[in-house]
Design a protein around this ligand. Structure first.
Ligand code: AMP
Length: 281
């Protein structure tokens, strides 16, 4: 597995691969990898001739009070996981390699970024769209792989690719969970044992939401109210949001019909965790 830290190295290798007629896959990550990331990497390797994974904690998607400095990092462990998945090249740039000191060009998106995580993280999706655009220009993949764990991010990337004509196929991959249901996340490492137990309220509430819809609930407010009530039974939990939105536009709905995303962000202690499910009704 090639480890590249400069844009130039990536471009040269990808150029060579393209000359040889290989298709290219890209798996963008922030590192501290777990089985969720590995599932994306394996999917990419299975569908593309050559696969690049990026490991980069993108500073411009973190707000001033967020956990950029504390974000967990373990690059050698990440390389072991990526090598096991069959990744051909890891791109691990420094922030300076990605952002010149006078960097001032951003990719911003309206509408889809105003709800859900965009409400409490106002600059987040500008940072995501900008870094993903840069990675797309650097790697020029045929396909790029994103997890449904970050469902709004997946919708935003799909829209950006369409609106800006990137010509890249975006492949969404299902949420990978711990045996007890907690969605795998690099941020789970922040949880102490009491919080780890309390964090189960997210996946339990996802299951509650699904079962209410299965039983016929079609009123979005009634659904999210029941889900919020369930979360509040956990004393360590503090709700950021629980919302039902249109699965494409990310705008709130009152009636559950068509493609729906039900998403939540919940603080467990100081750790903000997300979870979601999608349904088509
Ligand atoms: P991150 O390193 O958190 O930025 O995540 C990198 C990619 O892995 C994103 O596309 C995430 O949606 C995806 N991902 C993270 N956790 C999971 C998970 N538990 N299941 C599936 N995909 C995931």
């Amino acid at each position: 597995m090639i480890i590249a830290s400069t844009i130039e190295e990536v471009r040269a290798q990808v150029c060579q691969w393209k000359k040889e007629g290989f298709t290219i896959g890209l798996v963008p990550t922030m590192g501290y990898l777990h089985e969720g990331h590995a599932s994306l990497a394996k999917k990419a390797v299975s569908l593309c001739d050559k696969t690049v994974a990026s490991v980069f904690v993108n500073p411009i998607q973190f707000g001033p009070t967020e956990d950029l400095d504390a974000y967990p990092r373990d690059f050698s462990h990440d390389c072991n996981i990526l090598a096991d998945c069959g990744i051909d090249m890891v791109f691990h740039p420094t922030p300076e390699e990605m952002y010149a000191s006078d960097f001032c060009t951003y990719v911003d998106m309206e509408h889809l970024t105003t709800q859900l995580c965009g409400k409490s993280r106002p600059i987040h999706f500008r940072g995501v769209c900008t870094v993903v655009s840069k990675l797309f220009h650097i790697v020029t993949p045929d396909k790029a792989f994103f997890g449904e764990k970050d469902a709004q991010q997946l919708a935003v990337v799909r829209r950006m690719v369409r609106d800006l004509s990137f010509g890249i196929e975006i492949v969404g991959c299902p949420i990978v969970r711990e045996a007890d249901g907690l969605a795998k996340s690099s941020r789970n490492t922040y949880l102490n044992s009491e919080e780890r137990q309390a964090a189960l309220i997210l996946s339990k509430t996802v299951n509650l939401g699904k079962s209410l819809i299965e039983k016929g609930q079609r009123d979005a407010n009634a659904l999210t109210a029941a889900m919020k009530e369930n979360i509040l039974t956990e004393p360590l939990a503090r709700i950021d949001y629980v919302d039902a939105v249109d699965g494409v536009t990310m705008q709130p709905v009152s009636q559950l019909k068509g493609q729906i995303l039900v998403a939540m962000a919940v603080y467990i202690g100081k750790t903000r965790l997300i979870d979601n499910f999608s349904v088509t009704l």
